[in-house]
Ligand binder design. Structure first.
Ligand code: HEC
Length: 153
């Protein structure tokens, strides 16, 4: 508590840059969706590394990552994207306002990820060639949604 008060005091007299760095996302809904995305990245990272030969293919590890991704695609996100949590309304989000104007498309993209993750779950443990055959669609399901609805870095 005291540390937080001290931090606020520091920020109050600090530069704009210091303010930006000290702020953290505190809305639990936004924290949850960003955390879910990080878990997506954590798991697809294993599959992508194996597909590109940067990590040795390991059937069990590939299968575990793909199964995790599939289950992450089943997580209930209904409270994670409340209206008013876009880039023009709050700090520390990259979710563009367009996302809320195109919910049907967003849902379809979420389903596309689920399908691609399921295909990967069926392929990843078979052999490296099967994993490589499934990585393109999976990566595209992430990238397509990001291009449409995530603010570039
Ligand atoms: C249906 C749309 C959609 C799909 C599918 C999707 N993302 Fe995202 N992703 C977003 C949006 C929107 C954000 C910005 C969220 C925010 O900042 O509040 C985001 C943010 C992220 C972030 C940054 C998280 C952070 O810490 O701020 C990562 C990493 C990420 N996504 C990875 C992935 C990966 C990997 C996949 C596929 C396995 C994926 N995403 C699929 C929409 C999507």
């Amino acid at each position: 508590m005291f540390r937080r008060i001290a931090l606020i005091a520091t920020v109050a007299v600090g530069s704009v840059v210091a303010v930006a760095q000290a702020q953290e996302q505190t809305d639990p809904n936004v924290v949850a969706r960003q955390s879910l995305m990080r878990l997506n990245a954590y798991n697809i990272g294993v599959l992508g590394s194996m597909a590109q030969g940067r990590m040795e293919y390991d059937a069990a590890r590939a299968s575990a990552a793909a199964t995790s991704l599939y289950h992450l695609s089943l997580v209930d996100q209904s409270r994670m994207w409340p209206p008013g949590s876009d880039t023009s309304s709050i700090e520390n989000t990259r979710a563009l306002p367009a996302l809320w104007d195109n919910m049907d498309d967003v849902m379809m993209r979420g389903m596309a990820l689920r399908t691609a993750a399921e295909d990967m779950m069926n392929a990843a443990g078979t052999d490296l060639a099967s994993l490589q055959g499934a990585i393109g669609a999976l990566g595209a399901s992430c990238g397509g949604c990001h291009r449409a609805y995530r603010q570039p870095d």
